[in-house]
Design a protein around this ligand. Structure first.
Ligand SMILES: Nc1nc2c(ncn2[C@@H]2O[C@H](COP(=O)(O)OP(=O)(O)OP(=O)(O)O)[C@@H](O)[C@H]2O)c(=O)[nH]1
Ligand SMILES: [Mg+2]
Length: 290
């Protein structure tokens, strides 16, 4: 059985780097996967985002079940968390993020008596002339790089050699008054439960090299059959019965066979995981709010 609660040893180091980077940031954009927004959050975020504008971005909304994403939006609204669901590749969605950032920046910094305004004035500047510093964070594979590319756009130019908070890091001027740290803060999660770890494995946020891919695919099939009945039939034209039999039927159907006509489980698993991760099994949400 796969141990989905394994976590990488460099987790602590990544967190330390994030703590350094986050110091000079005004806005923290926390990217999660819309299909499993809670399992893809890092528990340290509450601490890291203290005193900052914090936006929870449910990315890959195009791969999630719309009705469930709507419920997540209500869930976060009730918790007074600024949440927004996006497809990082869609320009309209990037515009919605920009609008939300502007709204929250205005709300927070419009009063002349805010801490930031005071600090900037004390340094002889004007708040309106200071750039708001933005940083993206998220666990592996949630779409950080894709988002940064869209968000910074073509106009996104590196702001010279001015060093970022950490050596080697650069700020990108995304537009007037808005600068983005070019490197996202990668955080890891130690899954709270085997179930939550399994969701992370399904969406590719845990390293496949540490997992048995045959078991992973079998667990996925086991989950899909009752959660989204008909989707396996649609894709592979095989009966959805006992999960192992279904998996074997998929292998047979796709010609994933070894010499002698024996099912090649590893190859079959690869096909299933690839289809799921590329959205070819349909829009699916792995978790829903209580
Ligand atoms: N459908 C869909 N795919 C997306 C979206 N955003 C990112 N992806 C895809 O998700 C995969 C991972 O995206 P990346 O941008 O590399 O993710 P990352 O968080 O930078 O990953 P690491 O650097 O490995 O931590 C890529 O195949 C992207 O094309 C989205 O909103 N919708
Ligand atoms: Mg990346």
């Amino acid at each position: 059985m796969n141990n989905y609660q394994w976590y990488p040893g460099h987790m602590a180091k990544a967190l330390k780097t994030m703590r350094e980077d986050v110091k000079s940031i005004d806005v923290l954009l926390e990217l999660v996967d819309a299909r499993a927004p809670e399992s893809t959050r890092n528990p340290n975020i509450a601490d890291l985002s203290k005193g900052k504008i914090h936006i929870l971005i449910l990315n890959k909304r195009d791969m999630a079940d719309d009705s469930v994403t709507k419920r997540w939006m209500e869930y976060y609204k009730a918790k007074k968390i600024n949440a927004i669901a996006i497809d990082a590749k869609k320009k309209e969605d990037i515009n919605r993020i920009n609008a939300l950032v502007d709204k929250l920046v205005d709300e927070k910094y419009s009063g002349a008596d805010t801490r930031l305004a005071k600090a900037v004035e004390a340094a002889g500047g004007k708040l309106s002339e200071r750039s708001i510093k933005i940083m993206v964070t998220g666990i592996p594979n949630v779409g950080k790089s894709t988002f940064i590319n869209s968000f910074a756009g073509k106009a996104g130019t590196k702001t010279g050699n001015r060093p970022g908070v950490t050596k080697g890091k650069q700020w990108i001027r995304i537009r007037k008054g808005r600068e983005l740290l070019d490197t996202p803060g990668v955080l890891y999660v130690k899954p709270l439960s085997q179930e939550s770890g399994m969701r992370l494995a399904f969406i590719g946020s845990l390293n496949d090299n540490n997992l048995n891919i045959d078991e992973l695919a079998l667990d996925l099939v086991k989950w899909i059959i009752p959660a989204y009945p008909g989707s396996i039939i649609n894709r592979y034209e095989v009966p959805e019965e006992e999960p192992l039999e279904t998996m074997e039927a998929i292998g047979e159907r796709r010609g994933a066979l070894k010499r002698g006509g024996i099912i090649d489980y590893e190859k079959t698993a690869g096909i299933i995981m690839d289809d799921f991760r590329n959205g070819r099994l349909g829009e699916m949400s792995l978790e829903r709010p209580e």
